[in-house]
Design a protein around this ligand. Sequence first.
Ligand code: COA
Ligand code: AMP
Length: 630
Amino acid sequence: MDYQSYYRKSIEEPEAFWGEEAEKLQWYKFPNQILQHEGNEWNWFADGEMNTCYMAVDYHVENGRGDQVAIYYDSPVSDTKSQITFSELRDQVARFAGALKARGVEKGDTVVIYMPMVPEVLVAMLACARLGAIHSVVFGGFASHELAIRINDAKPKLLLTSSCGIEIGKVIAYQPLVDAAIEEADHKPDAVVVLHRPQAEFQMKEGRDLDWYGFQEGVEPADPVPVKATDPLYILYTSGTTGQPKGVVRQNGGHAVAMRFSMEYIYDVKPGEVFWAASDVGWVVGHSYIVYAPLLHGCSTIVYEGKPVRTPDAGGFWRVMEEYKVSAFFTAPTAFRAVKKEDPNGELLKKYDLSSVRAIYQAGERLDPPTYEWLSDLLKKPILDHWWQTETGWGIAANPAGIKQEPVKSGSATFPVPGYQLHVLDEAGNVLGPNEQGALAIKLPMPPSCLNTLWNNHERFVEAYLDTYPGYYLCGDDGYIDEDGYVFVMGRIDDVINVAGHRLSTGEMEEVVASHDAIAECAVVGINDELKGQLPVAFYIRKDGVDKEPEEIQKELIQMVRGTIGAICCFSKAMEVKRLPKTRSGKILRKTIRQISETDDVPTPATIDDPGILDEIREAYKTAKVGRFV
Ligand code: COA
Ligand code: AMP
């Protein structure tokens, strides 16, 4: 079957299409009903019963993969390597699930996981899935306030953490972050389970903290608990336009079906092969392609605790690909931009044999044509961009490599993935034609794995995603589809920015900046950056009577943003201006501010009476100095 007929079947006969895909997994009770859909409500495989952990781990042990490596752990920052077979993983997960159960964690309970890139985090996630408990992993680079917000929303019974994360040349002690988050949160977990790493101490608090291994001693291993396909597997918080992140809810059944399908269709890998996503388990790429999809498909996965560069050099990625005979590799373009910066001629690549690698996959941000060309010339392998988001959990547009690889058009993520009825809409909701740019929207129902609610906040889900265009899910990106059906994603239409492949909210940073006592008004916008894609910068007006040097204010703001959201914001510039450009109704023209900072050629918006205001912004940006965190 070619792409067109394959895709058409998924849209015209979705039940037949996804029913056949569902049959490729081992259910306890196969669903009679494949799709329920009415208006804004839809569910996949509603009466099916299954367990994601069983499908991803036990099933493979029962079917001859017990001795195959499930997880390779490679940590240049701690100088550690290890591996876990599927049999060992089953035993570790069953024991950890038994320990969770002994502490009162049951089906439907939530568990927050705040950990670095170590294999134990996969064990913990799978153990939750085994019990039908819902995990919510919080990226280890977030500061305590972000953790507190998530604890308050998810209301976990337990918090699982570690004594530290390790970044290049520095150890990030988690204790101060965990203590501050629990102090700040209204909801208090029953206990905190701590994985002690030799690089940092964690002073155990009596009555609150439990040791990772001590808490597993003497417990009965737990069997997988059958759950409904529509029961949540996890909640993953993602940035929206405000300081309150959105709790994306992933259901067990649709997720498992889509994950397995994507390994064949998008990544073209076979069970038994090694799949590597160089991301972090705290992000959706990590959930889907470090943990669930490879394991559901019977592949070995790699947990890499390192960076593309400086671990120890810019050849780290090539080394790992060779060492573990990776078949398909997935990372964000920013990672390769970092490699390119340090090793522009790819000298380090010459040391390694990458013959096992069939293709390189890119996502998280648009694969910019210069990076595409560089990588493609260097590796002489297919470099395949694909577009997706936390909300979907997998590709919306991708090259159908598993059916037949289509020619790549630089700057495009290729075709809509089966199940996604992707349209480009104008402001009135009319469907636009080829090459016309507008809002990218998916006609309901969304395919399996995509969210159909937000945790504890269905109204926000409807309002944020479904209300703008009735019958459609609003992706939040704009773009166009060309005359050959290729999808081009051009950027966000909201206040979300992408910093080194990390999705962040400028609205949230603006709330932090605005809370500084010297600041009367401010705007935070994302400016293009050659390495990280975008970087946030703030423009602010000081309050009357404040007597402080701008450098001092900038330093304090950097500390506040790092301390509240995290260092990953890479926030390092705050510029003082006298006025901010606004609409007549008083709304700050953030898009204009962003454009002024990027180019000299910005048309003056009709709502601005005095064009001098734009010159002031331009001047402030040009003369600004990058502030440092001290
Ligand atoms: N825990 C604690 N701190 C973290 C962290 C974590 N998990 N991840 C990042 N940070 C900190 C860094 O130490 C750095 O702090 P600093 O300002 O004190 O130096 C800051 O956050 C910014 O980190 P980062 O953006 O990673 O910058 P970098 O210069 O260390 O590395 C890249 C740049 C491009 C190499 C790196 O961002 C990268 O590999 N990106 C790929 C992104 C990715 O995998 N995205 C996931 C979606 S696919
Ligand atoms: P996240 O939810 O963190 O995965 O971020 C999702 C957002 O990242 C999308 O809405 C896009 O704005 C951007 N994005 C992800 N992949 C791509 C891609 N291949 N091309 C363009 N933008 C992308």
